[in-house]
Write a protein that binds this ligand. Structure first.
Ligand code: MG
Length: 392
């Protein structure tokens, strides 16, 4: 018996107002989707996880999720509607002998293991089962002018949530049938099952299984997540890095992935970005996983002139593979010139982008060395970096 989790993360989520789609927005320091993945993959009852993503999000998915998730298959692309996305995910699972499938919205990161187990258990008896909450508010129907037309008795009314579980063969058949009938107006999978005449049971969900739709939902969820302890213990790890490059004739330096016009350039095998090199070493140091020279030897022609963000991205991938996350990063640049102040925000945003962090978790500072030493003599530029990682 194989139970699959199908996590639908293909929405654009523009309503949440985040700079990235809401399923990748950070919640308690980790992407929304990651919370669902942790919860489902930690359950012995779940054997395989299939995520459906928006075709434009492949890079974002790889950057944010990456990592070592033994039950997780490669993502598949969604379609124009949620319904089509679910169907794509179901079809993708057809190479596995799946008995039951639980379809879950990535935008519900608070789903609890008990809810998932209750839905799975209900499938022992019913063809379909969904997490749901009895309606507590009094319901009004409005007319076109916004006046109350009638009060709807709420007895027997439930709010449908996810996960929604089904026998895999059943739900694939009815999804295909709905698509063949040109019906793409179903807003959840239980509605398709209902349309096809499958009995679906309501499983009362007593936990907070909120769906993140708006920016306000995201902010509230972030506070809620910060207030609840992570369901898995995380160990804090700090790392530090230091890097120097010598000035040579040139017209710019790269700092934190930002091109800064200057009267000199730097001598380097790569693009000589001391900030990204120091940060890469800080991340690798916190992991106890060697240093930048070991992973990207200057003797390797492949890295000649390389953009240094690839080094830091590789270090971030190593953090994800260990199931960890970066809590914050802090950088000090040491030089007489160029002036860092005018570029501080751009450097911060660039580093935040590479580390998948809120820019508020990135510090950029600069100092001269009072004319002393090699930086004081303007012979070169140096950077120090520190990071905090949280590792399972
Ligand atoms: Mg270097």
């Amino acid at each position: 018996m194989t139970t699959a989790a199908l996590i639908v993360a293909a929405g654009r989520g523009s309503r949440a107002g985040a700079t990235v789609p809401k399923q990748y927005a950070l919640l308690g320091g980790a992407p929304v989707l990651t919370h669902c993945l942790h919860t489902f993959s930690a359950l012995d009852e779940i054997d395989v996880i299939q995520v459906v993503i928006h075709p434009d999000d492949a890079q974002t998915y790889n950057r944010y999720i990456g990592g070592n998730w033994p039950k997780l298959r490669a993502p598949v692309d969604g379609g124009a509607t949620r319904q089509q996305s679910v169907l794509n995910g179901l079809e993708a699972l057809s190479d596995r002998d799946v008995t039951n499938v639980l379809i879950h919205d990535a935008a519900r990161p608070f789903v609890r293991p008990t809810t998932i187990r209750d839905v799975i258990r209900a499938l022992d008896i019913h063809a379909g089962a969904l997490a749901a909450v009895p309606v507590a508010d009094t319901l009004k129907r409005a007319d076109s002018s916004g006046l109350v037309e009638e009060t709807i008795p709420r007895a027997g009314l439930w709010r449908a949530q996810t996960p929604q579980g089904f026998r895999y063969a059943d739900i694939l058949t009815v999804h295909r049938k709905a698509a063949a009938a040109g019906r793409y107006d179903f807003t959840d999978d239980a509605a398709i099952a209902e349309w096809a005449g499958l009995p679906v049971a309501l499983v009362e969900d007593q936990s907070t299984n909120t769906k993140i739709t708006t920016q306000a939902d995201l902010s509230m969820a972030d506070r809620l997540m910060a207030a609840t302890s992570f369901p898995y213990p995380l160990e804090p790890r700090t790392g530090s890095g230091f890097d120097v490059h010598k000035f040579t004739p040139g017209d710019h330096v790269m700092l934190g992935g930002v091109r800064i016009p200057h009267t000199q350039g730097v001598a380097a095998h790569s693009d000589g970005d001391v900030v990204l090199h120091a940060l890469t070493d800080a991340v690798l140091g916190a992991l106890g996983d060697g240093d930048i020279g070991q992973h990207f030897p200057p003797s390797d022609a492949k890295w000649k002139g390389a953009a240094s963000h690839i080094f830091l991205e590789d270090a971030v991938r190593r953090v994800s593979e260990r199931g960890g996350r970066i809590a914050n990063a802090d950088v000090t640049v040491l030089c007489e010139t160029p002036k860092i102040g005018p570029h501080r925000e751009a450097i911060k945003a660039s580093i935040a982008g590479i580390l998948c962090l809120d820019p508020a978790r990135v510090g950029i500072k600069a100092t001269t060395t009072e004319g002393l030493g090699f930086t004081g003599r303007r012979e070169g530029i140096a950077a120090m970096a520190g990071v905090m990682l949280l590792l399972p």
